[in-house]
Write a protein that binds this ligand. Structure first.
Ligand SMILES: Cc1cc2nc3c(=O)[nH]c(=O)nc-3n(C[C@H](O)[C@H](O)[C@H](O)COP(=O)(O)O)c2cc1C
Ligand code: SF4
Length: 594
């Protein structure tokens, strides 16, 4: 614990990092450690306990010497993860969610570890193992039962091959460290516009955020740069929590210089001196290499004081590691988490560009957005706009997984059709594609000529393929469980609504559903879309509504009764939410649109 406090300092903002590192050395977080951390950082013990309870990778109880965490995305299930988990559980004498009696092993599930191209995947003590077929599972069991230290396990077990199947400008021709920063400085000198020249170039390129929502990056940066308060802050969102997305894993693992280059260019543009990468806990294994790259860049004068010799251009980056919470990918929840708190999304306004990290003007962008920004500054907005469509310029990385012969990363200019991606990835007999993960769009066969572009199909990058052997009801039911699990519980419509959706889907699966339940799913979906506090709740019903529209027979053949059997009084269940939010307008009631 002392080492963690010494390394991170005594500021309350470091609480999550201190807890995480203390757990790395003790195996879990015993009550005494929590009290000492509370005293050392000057935060109440209630807040410390609240943070531990919020993050699923923080443990208040002892864990096994070997900690197996199975990835539980739909792609893992499609490749047999449930069988592997069952076999492992029997062989190691431990139930999922428990620690074995001898303390040797703990077995758990987590929503997705970002190994969909190597499904089924899992983490062993934080290290990734992909392609876990029966033979690999047996080998893992042998190593654990033989109590072989992880450091002595065959290194190929942990090798995650990044399968780049199609490369365009971002992945083919990586820039040399410092090139884009120097280009930004030179452009500002050439036209005398200084930092503004960088902002103009990003705006002119019409770069839209690659995290999924597609906000105009140049506008966000400019708004932040105009805030009178300093220091300003650049945050890289490397939470990559959307199940089915793994393209940031590639960028962080093999293109880290490009990511940091983009962040530094952003810092120049907005006049920031503080930088953070928020790395998802599942990617903890990338941390050491990322820190080495940062250290090298400091030695090369690309971070720290007077970057590239420019007096007054001071900027550095710290990496904070998350601890297993999907909602922390939402930009304001991420900033809360960076401040060492529970990741509860903030009320807006104010926007983060005005008051973000510790109340300072802050930009939060996706990993890929920073990479694109570096390319724009180096090669110019015209070159960038020469790819893609008029409204979606540049290229997009897609994480392709599921029923296809060639899963992996595909970089395409925006505007590529779904059909083209299916063809390139060797998909056959496809009945559906889930673009953008559970919170994205379910596409049926009649939509395969639609295009990946902000004006048509928006996606943060996930592209999950389903062939005719898949049951789209089960896919949607799985996603309903995902959202109920990941809802942070802060607002009642989402907390109650996601649980109700999950229960309704289970009821239908059990053959006890009725037509009334299908109607309720649709009503609840509309309500969640309108009344939720953040994007998680807004998206939670999308996979259900999408599959209901396109694959209704998959639901209807399970209905046990045509009679109306309400499982609960939905409007009554939401009455408390109305009281809490002080709303009683028609929009806060079911079936009454304003
Ligand atoms: C529940 C939820 C999870 C999100 N997860 C991520 C994520 O893992 N990575 C990401 O870049 N954006 C994520 N976002 C979007 C961010 O809130 C934000 O829009 C994005 O980081 C902005 O960067 P961009 O403009 O470069 O896309 C998430 C949003 C929501 C509502
Ligand atoms: S919508 Fe869901 S995830 Fe978002 S704040 Fe409300 S409860 Fe939390």
């Amino acid at each position: 614990m002392h080492e963690a406090v010494d390394a991170w300092g005594r500021a309350p903002t470091q609480l999550l990092q201190v807890l995480r590192e203390t757990q790395e050395s003790l195996g879990y977080l015993p009550p005494g450690a929590l009290e000492r951390i509370s005293a050392a950082l000057g935060v109440s013990i209630a807040r410390v306990r609240g943070v531990v309870a919020f993050y699923s990778f923080l443990y208040a109880e002892p864990q096994g010497d070997y900690r197996l965490l199975f990835s539980d995305n739909v792609t893992d299930r499609m490749r047999g993860s449930a069988d592997r988990l069952r076999e492992m559980s029997q062989r190691l004498w431990v139930e999922p969610g428990k620690v074995s009696e001898d303390g040797l092993v703990s077995l758990g599930r987590t929503s997705s570890v970002g190994l969909d191209d190597h499904a089924p995947g899992l983490l062993v003590n934080g290290r990734p193992v992909g392609d876990v077929d029966a033979a690999r599972a047996t080998l893992l069991g042998d190593l654990i039962l033989g109590r072989v230290p992880i450091a002595e396990w065959p290194p190929e077990l942990f090798a995650v091959a990044d399968q780049v199947r199609r490369a365009d400008v971002m992945l083919t021709d990586p820039i040399r460290p410092g090139e884009a920063i120097r280009a930004a400085l030179a452009r500002g000198e050439a036209d005398g516009a200084g930092r503004q020249a960088t902002l103009e170039e990003i705006k002119s390129a019409r770069l839209l955020g690659r995290g999924g929502a597609g906000f105009t990056t140049g506008v966000k940066w400019e708004s932040c740069s105009r805030q009178p308060v300093t220091p300003r802050v650049v945050v890289c969102n490397a939470d990559e929590g959307e199940p089915g997305t793994f393209k940031d894993r590639l960028l962080l693992g093999r293109y880290a210089d490009l990511v940091f280059e983009g962040m530094t260019v952003a810092a120049w543009g907005i006049g920031a001196s503080l930088g953070f990468v928020y790395l998802r806990g599942e990617y903890r294994y990338l941390l050491d290499a990322l820190r080495d790259t940062l250290e090298r860049r400091r030695r090369e004068g690309l971070l720290g004081k007077a970057i590239c010799g420019r007096e007054g251009f001071d900027f550095d980056v710290q990496i904070h590691v998350g601890a297993g919470s999907y909602v922390c990918g939402e930009a304001s929840a991420l900033v809360e988490s960076l401040e060492g708190k529970r990741g509860i999304p903030r009320n807006r306004p104010p926007r983060l560009a005005e008051k973000g990290y510790l109340g300072l003007p802050t930009i939060v962008n996706n990993v890929e957005s920073y990479c694109a920004a570096a390319l724009i500054v180096l090669r110019g907005a015209d070159e960038f706009r020469s790819r893609g469509t008029s409204r979606s310029s540049g290229t997009k990385l897609l994480s392709v997984s599921g029923d296809c012969a060639r899963p992996g990363i595909y970089e395409y200019p925006f505007g590529v059709t779904v059909r083209q991606v299916l063809e390139d990835s060797g998909a056959a007999g496809t009945i559906a594609v889930q673009a953008g993960g559970p919170s994205g769009t379910c596409l049926g066969q009649d939509e395969f000529d639609r295009r990946i572009a902000f004006e048509d199909i928006e996606t943060g990058g996930a592209f999950i393929v389903f062939d005719g052997s898949r049951d789209m009801f089960e896919v949607a039911r799985h996603f309903a469980h995902f959202f109920a699990e990941e809802s942070c519980g802060f607002c009642t419509p989402c907390r109650v609504g996601t649980s109700l959706l999950r229960n309704l889907m289970d009821k239908i699966r059990d053959g006890k559903g009725s037509q009334h339940d299908l109607n309720t799913i649709e009503e609840l979906g509309r309500l969640l879309g309108k009344a939720s506090h953040c994007g998680l709740g807004e998206s939670a019903s999308k996979p259900l509504l999408g599959t209901l529209r396109r694959f209704r027979p998959a639901y209807e053949r399970r209905l046990g009764s045509s009679a109306v059997e309400p499982a609960f009084d939905l409007d009554g269940a939401l009455a408390r939410a109305r009281r809490m939010t002080g709303r009683d307008d028609p929009g806060a009631h079911l079936g009454e649109s304003p």
